[in-house]
Design a protein around this ligand. Structure first.
Ligand code: URQ
Ligand code: ZN
Ligand code: ZN
Length: 464
């Protein structure tokens, strides 16, 4: 299949320039003005539009078994929804149960992901420790293209990693040339605050943010950064939600430590007033961790993206329907944690970031695609419009508008945290691996078309 994208402005993280883009098969084969193309080529008119690298969502959970249930979106519905929003690669998570072999869990997730409509890759969670975990991490890096290991510092009595696991896993990651990532919340503090609230009879969803205030997140962020600093390994902090965690990252980076931070589209534009709604189903639908925060935290997160102290934007797409969320109607600690967003991230970040002047188009590309590709070693295959890069391309209509609504979304779960938000700046066409998979509202995602993306380790300190 040959496709020529004509008349657009190519936007990479380093510059924007007028050029046509010629794709052959799954690769970009030419970028330049007035390109020749075979008569048989599919022509996409990008006049007045931007031609950008497909989005990379560094944080999704499709088909996740969690808190006694399984997310609504599987790897087909979730990736198809992402393609409709301009995201062409997802980074999902293999999350072994404690004492479960990492390799066994990895193969299970690989099976679930076969149906993906777009390319995908996995962070593998280290939820426990023994010599077999040490060995499996080596196999995953050397034989399966895993170069990032996740650590949940929250979720006590479930998947929480204690300090011994953090230290041993961070050290092993360094040996292997892999990067540790963390969900930074102090799970012990969360647990105790939850018990306190329940003892006071405060069982509703409005207690969720009270059980995980910013200080609970910042303590864990500081601890993960300190452990990484002592051991000499980089660290990537997922869903940074508050100013206090961002301050920890900025301080460490100012001291020369290699720390990366991720912001969720939801945390950038939604505040904690959602938990005060008298509609408890609505409030429960917003239960995710870390929770949505007060407005001043959003301003801090935008400053983080602008200053280079936050590097990627993601969604933590983890959808549960109202019936699933109702598991916690009498006890907020039993509300399955998670919200959606994979379909809306790019437009929400563009509308709130570029239209407001906070980000340039190139900075938008950097935080929605290029930084993720570079941090996790997929660049320049991903995150760039250039000859030889994958033909994962979003043709972006900066004047196009869409009002986000659960009723019209492709994602499942029947709820959308961005409900009613009209965004200016939407994909007009998405190409994944050179195939047009979304065009002017029509989704042509193909089940199983996605490929597993191996990510080489960084230069390992020692090969043992
Ligand atoms: O903590 C996570 O990232 C997963 C389990 C999704 N849920 C959430 O509330 N963020
Ligand atoms: Zn998390
Ligand atoms: Zn997550």
């Amino acid at each position: 299949m040959t496709t020529i994208i004509r008349g657009g402005t190519v936007v990479n993280a380093d510059r924007a320039f007028r050029a046509d883009v010629l794709c052959y098969g799954d690769k970009i084969v030419a970028v330049g003005e007035n390109l020749e193309a075979p008569h048989s080529a599919l022509v996409i008119d990008a006049g007045g539009q931007y031609v950008m690298p497909g989005g990379i969502d560094t944080h999704t959970h499709m088909n996740l078994p969690f808190m006694g249930t399984v997310t609504q979106d599987d790897f087909f519905s979730g990736t198809a929804a992402g393609l409709a929003g301009g995201t062409t690669t997802i980074m999902d998570f293999v999350i072994p149960a404690p004492k479960q072999s990492l390799l066994e869990a990895y193969h299970t997730w690989r099976g679930w992901a076969q149906k993906s409509a777009c390319d995908y890759t996995f962070h593998v969670a280290v939820t426990w420790w023994d010599d077999s975990v040490h060995a499996d991490m080596g196999t995953l890096v050397r034989q399966h293209g895993v170069n990032s290991f996740k650590h949940f510092m929250a979720y006590k009595n479930a998947i929480m990693a204690d300090d011994e696991t953090l230290v041993k896993s961070f050290r092993r990651s360094l040996e292997l040339g892999a990067i540790p990532t963390v969900h930074a919340e102090n799970g012990e503090l969360v647990f105790q605050l939850q018990q306190d609230l329940l003892k006071q009879g405060l069982t509703g969803p409005s207690s969720h943010p009270l059980s995980r205030p910013p200080a609970v997140e910042a303590e864990a962020a500081n601890r993960a950064i300190a452990i990484a600093g002592v051991l000499g390994t980089p660290v990537y902090i997922v869903h940074v939600s508050c100013a206090e965690s961002l301050d920890a990252i900025a301080r460490a980076r100012a001291n020369g430590q290699r720390v990366y931070g991720e912001a969720l589209a939801g945390h950038l534009v939604i505040d904690d007033s959602v938990y005060q709604s008298e509609d408890l189903e609505y409030a429960a639908a917003h239960v995710m961790s870390p929770p949505f925060r007060g407005k001043h935290h959003q301003a801090a997160l935008w400053h983080g993206l602008q200053s280079g102290n936050l590097h990627t934007t993601a969604t933590d797409h983890c959808t549960f329907c109202a019936a699933q969320k109702a598991a916690g109607k009498d006890d907020f600690t039993k509300i399955p944690n998670g919200c959606g967003g994979v379909e809306d991230r790019m437009s929400v970040v563009w509308d709130a970031g570029v239209n407001s002047g906070k980000l340039t188009p190139s900075e938008f590309v950097r935080v929605t695609s290029t930084n993720a590709a570079q941090i996790f070693n997929m660049y320049p295959r991903k995150g760039l419009i250039a000859v030889g890069s994958d033909a994962d391309i979003v043709v972006w209509d900066p004047e196009g508008r869409r009002t986000i609504a659960a009723a019209s979304q492709f994602a499942k779960g029947g709820f959308n945290v961005f409900e009613g938000r009209t965004v200016r700046g939407i994909p007009s066409t998405t190409l994944a691996a050179g195939n047009v998979v979304f065009q002017r509202g029509q989704l042509m995602a193909e089940q199983g078309a996605g490929r597993y993306i191996e990510r080489p380790a960084f230069a390992p300190v020692s090969a043992k």
